[in-house]
Design a protein around this ligand. Structure first.
Ligand code: G3H
Ligand code: ZN
Length: 300
C-alpha cells in the first residue's frame, strides 16, 4: 500500500495536487471517498481539532483505515490545524498519516521553535508521519464571513519560507499566498472569488523544494488554482464549500420531504451535493499541465 510520502512525490513529479477535504461526519467521508474513487485519484481526509472532538480521534482513524484496507485505496488521514503538542501526539499514536502543526499565530521565532519540537516528538512516535508547518496569516474558520479578515502578518516571503523549512525540518509547508480560510457571502453567491499570488508560490517553491499546501481553497477561482498547482502547490484544502453544500442540500431535503424521518433517505441529498463539489475540485486538482484538457491523472 502506498504511503502519503510517495503519493506526494508523484504529485510533485506530475504537477498535480492531492485534494484534501475536511470531514465532520460519515456523509462527508462517504461523499469525498466516492468522488475520489470515481476518478481514481488519491485523497486526503482532514479533521481539525473541532472535527476530531466530534468524530473521535480513534474512530475517524479506524474509519479511514478501513476504507484504505477494504478498497486497497490511497486514502490518507490528516490532523488538520493542530495547535497543541498533546493533540499532535494523540493523532500520531492513533495512526494519522500527517499532522498540520499550526503555531502560525505566534511570532516567527516561537513558531519555528515549537514546530521543530513537534517534528521531533511526532517522528519519535512514527517517522513515516508527515509534518506540515504553517507561516503567515490566512485567517481562521471554515465558515461564511461577513467581511474579509485583517491579515496582519502579510504574505509569506521566500526567504522566511526557506529559513522555516530548514530550521524546523517540516516535510510540507503551508504558506500565506493570498489564500484565506472560509468564504465571504459574495463568494457563496458566486459573485467574487479568491485570487492567489502565483509568482510568490513559484518563488517559495524554488526556495524550499518541499511539497506546498494551499489552505483556504474554497471560493478560489479555478484558473488561480490551476496556476497555483503549476507553480508548485501539491495539496489543496477545501472545507467551507463542502459545508455550504451539506447545509443547503439538507435544508432543501427537509423542506421537500416534510414527513420523511428515515435518516439515510434525507442524508442522500447532502451526500450527492457534497459529491458534486468534491468531484469537480478533484478533477481540477488532478489534471496536469495547467489545463483539464489532458484529463485526470489516475493512479490505476
Ligand atoms: O484546513 C482547512 C482548509 O484550509 C479549508 O479552507 O474552508 O476555505 O476551504 P476553506
Ligand atoms: Zn486550513
Amino acid at each position: 500500500m502506498q504511503v502519503l510520502r510517495d503519493a506526494l512525490k508523484q504529485a510533485q513529479e506530475h504537477g498535480i495536487a492531492i485534494g484534501h477535504f475536511n470531514i465532520a461526519d460519515l456523509v462527508l467521508l462517504k461523499a469525498v471517498f466516492a468522488s475520489a474513487q470515481e476518478l481514481s485519484v488519491p485523497l486526503i481526509v482532514g479533521v481539525s481539532e473541532g472535527e476530531r472532538e466530534f468524530m473521535g480521534v480513534q474512530e475517524v482513524a479506524a474509519l479511514v483505515r478501513t476504507l484504505r484496507d477494504e478498497f486497497d485505496y490511497p486514502i490518507f488521514l490528516n490532523a488538520d490545524h493542530t495547535h497543541s503538542l498533546a493533540k499532535a501526539l494523540d493523532a500520531s499514536r492513533a495512526g494519522f498519516d500527517a499532522i498540520v502543526f499550526d503555531a502560525s499565530a505566534l511570532p516567527f521565532e516561537q513558531n519555528v521553535q515549537q514546530t521543530n519540537k513537534a517534528v521531533e516528538a511526532i517522528k519519535a512516535i512514527n517517522p513515516w508521519i508527515l509534518v506540515e508547518g504553517e507561516i503567515g496569516d490566512i485567517g481562521t474558520g471554515s465558515q461564511i464571513h461577513e467581511a474579509a479578515p485583517e491579515l496582519v502578518k502579510g504574505l509569506t516571503s521566500p526567504e522566511e519560507a526557506k529559513q522555516f523549512v530548514e530550521t524546523t525540518q517540516v516535510d510540507i509547508l503551508a504558506p500565506a499566498v493570498g489564500n484565506m480560510h472560509g468564504m465571504l457571502k459574495s463568494m457563496v453567491a458566486g459573485q467574487t472569488s479568491k485570487h492567489l499570488d502565483i509568482e510568490r508560490i513559484a518563488q517559495i517553491k524554488s526556495a524550499t523544494r518541499v511539497p506546498l499546501t494551499l489552505h483556504g481553497g474554497s471560493g478560489t477561482a479555478d484558473e488561480d488554482l490551476q496556476n497555483a498547482i503549476a507553480a508548485g502547490i501539491n495539496i489543496v484544502h477545501i472545507n467551507t464549500e463542502l459545508r455550504v453544500a451539506w447545509r443547503h442540500s439538507l435544508e432543501e431535503a427537509l423542506a421537500r420531504e416534510p414527513d420523511e424521518v428515515v435518516p439515510y433517505k434525507i442524508l442522500a441529498f447532502p451526500l450527492e451535493a457534497v459529491k458534486q463539489i468534491a468531484r469537480s475540485r478533484l478533477r481540477l486538482f488532478n489534471s496536469p499541465g495547467n489545463s483539464s484538457s489532458q484529463g485526470v491523472r489516475r493512479f490505476r
